[in-house]
Design a protein. Structure first.
Length: 100
């Protein structure tokens, strides 16, 4: 996969990502739209990453979240969208979720 920054895509400033741990749900929201994705920790392979030099472990949250985010980003870039699928072996969240 690849990363994007708010410097490249200023619209990322309005994206809200929250986790409801009790319900195991990832919520992505931007403006009036958003998506809820069931978090699957089983079988998800965490990937090493860093944010401003601080190490992180990240897990892919599946095709539903990726599709919504790609569509939302593409709408702000004249249809450019995500160039690759970016799913390097992880994969929670494919089993449920809803776009609203």
């Amino acid at each position: 996969g690849t990363h994007r920054t708010q410097r490249e895509l200023p619209r990322l400033a309005i994206l809200e990502a929250t986790v409801d741990s009790a319900a195991d749900v990832l919520r992505l929201r931007a403006g009036a739209g958003g998506v809820n994705v069931s978090i699957s920790r089983e079988g998800a392979q965490a990937k090493a990453a860093s944010l401003f030099g601080a190490p992180l472990r990240l897990a892919d949250q599946g095709d539903i979240a990726a599709a919504w985010l790609s569509s939302w980003l593409a709408s702000s870039r004249g249809g450019a969208g995500r160039r690759g699928r970016g799913r390097g072996g992880g994969g929670g969240g494919d089993g449920g979720g809803g776009i609203f």
